[in-house]
Design a protein around this ligand. Structure first.
Ligand code: HEC
Length: 412
């Protein structure tokens, strides 16, 4: 064969390379070592199963894929952290229960997720790209012998585009390395072309991908069908009455039923004036409707923390000590009224009944909390407010005896 045939496409089909078959994995490994020793760079081996030591025989270096994956993971982690710092800390600060804006622990899940995502994509795309895929055809597939590479054939393919390629000497090399057969493979012009079927698959995928947006646009702008396509119905279209709608079932034609006069819903009887209004005979009560206990005080402390601290602050000094108040002032809310200090003379002198009434119905700009807090808890809060007030206005009489007698007056 003409050594320069592949440079003159008109004389005869150019040579793609030589395919040599070997009898056993051991022979293949020895031959691979020989080809490598001869200095070849553009060649490959094919066998039905992995062969121990073949990488070393071929002189393959470790794949750079792990480094690629590590790099992508680091980029993902850093990107996720930067993104959250920017979004939640700088661009649009989210104040949630006074927690810090820039906090590492809360960012960890997103950092982890983005790190894993980018690493997985890098591994997937990297493995395909480093493997030289997609590859639509290869000269070896034109050898009838080569189908045995998936059962019991062991092959070496020397590519013609290797600088050392010269048919005679390459044949000699393969034969001396123990090849049982050597075949010259021609370049097939069609083998590099994208298979026609792929275009159809791509076109179908594009059409399918366009369907949802087209359908959505159609139903949003086209002639209305009511209700619109509603795949998951839940209980959206069940038979039911809406508030203030008509019903033929009742004589007065109303679906909403008025309360029946002279009746009280079960469990709603509030006969105990003291407990539910904080008044007896139109006078504020000065005592609690139940015996105050340590448990009640603890309950009051907890409920106060939930319902009052956001405005009045932990100690009850009002002003900007509560976080909503601090926020409102920072934002210069025009209609914000500063919550009162619970330690002012007038509030301290109020009977417990009046404090209870304030929590239940609100006062001036303070909202009513009676609907959220059961009466017993409101009394517990009042008890705790009393304790707070005492804590800020303690006198010597409040100090228990063994300690009080040890205190010495401080000269002003
Ligand atoms: C949404 C904010 C807010 C919450 C929550 C809130 N308060 Fe107030 N509170 C205020 C404001 C504002 C005032 C002052 C109202 C005014 O002077 O117009 C006030 C006033 C008061 C007063 C003084 C009433 C008076 O007669 O002058 C008491 C007592 C009081 N709050 C107790 C409480 C207790 C106890 C809780 C929790 C159960 C609570 N507040 C929850 C905003 C709040």
């Amino acid at each position: 064969m003409d050594a320069h045939a592949h440079e003159h496409p008109n004389s005869s089909p150019p040579v793609a390379g030589l395919l040599a078959q070997f009898a056993s994995p051991e022979a293949l490994r020895a031959a691979a070592a020989a080809v490598r020793a001869a200095g070849w760079t553009r060649w490959d081996v094919h066998s039905p199963f992995p062969i121990h030591g073949i990488d070393r025989a071929m002189g393959l270096r470790p794949s750079p894929l792990p480094w690629l994956v590590l790099g992508a993971a680091v980029v993902g982690v850093v990107l996720a952290l930067a993104m959250q710092l920017w979004m939640n800390g700088i661009d649009y600060p989210l104040i949630i229960s006074g927690k810090p804006l820039l906090s590492l622990p809360t960012s960890v899940p997103i950092m982890f997720e983005l790190g894993v995502l980018l690493a997985a994509i890098a591994a997937f795309v990297g493995a395909i790209a480093l493997g030289g895929l997609p590859l639509y055809g290869h000269p070896v597939f034109f050898s009838s012998r080569f189908s045995r590479a998936s059962t019991d054939g062991f092959f070496i393919f020397l590519a013609a585009d290797d600088q050392r390629f010269e048919p005679i000497s390459a044949q000699a090399l393969l034969r001396s390395a123990g090849a049982v057969s050597v075949e010259t493979l021609q370049v097939d012009e069609a083998s590099g072309r994208v298979p026609g079927g792929l275009y159809w698959i791509l076109a179908t995928a594009v059409v399918l991908a366009l369907l949802p947006p087209v359908l959505v646009t159609w139903y949003r702008t086209g002639p209305k069908s009511n209700p619109r396509i509603h795949l998951i119905q839940d209980m959206d279209f069940q038979e039911k009455y809406r508030p203030q709608s008509a019903s033929p079932l009742f004589a007065d034609g109303r679906a909403t039923r008025p309360t029946v006069p002279e009746t009280i819903p079960q469990g709603r009887l509030q006969a105990d004036e003291h407990l539910y209004t904080g008044k007896v005979a139109e006078q504020w009560v000065t005592t609690f409707p139940m015996q105050p206990t340590a448990a009640m005080m603890e309950r009051g402390r907890e409920r106060y923390g939930i319902f009052c601290t956001t405005c009045h602050g932990l100690v009850g000094e009002g002003g900007v000590s509560g976080i909503t108040s601090a926020r409102a002032v920072k934002r210069r809310e025009p209609n914000w009224v500063l919550p009162l200090s619970l330690h002012t003379q007038s509030v301290r002198e109020q009977p417990v009944g009046q404090l209870f009434h304030t929590i239940t119905h609100g006062v001036r700009t303070m909202p009513a909390l009676g609907a959220q807090i059961p009466a017993e808890d409101r009394w517990a809060i009042v008890l705790y407010v009393r304790a707070l007030q005492r804590s800020q206005n303690a006198t010597l009489d409040d100090v228990p005896e063994p300690i009080r007698s040890q205190l010495r007056p401080v000269s002003p």
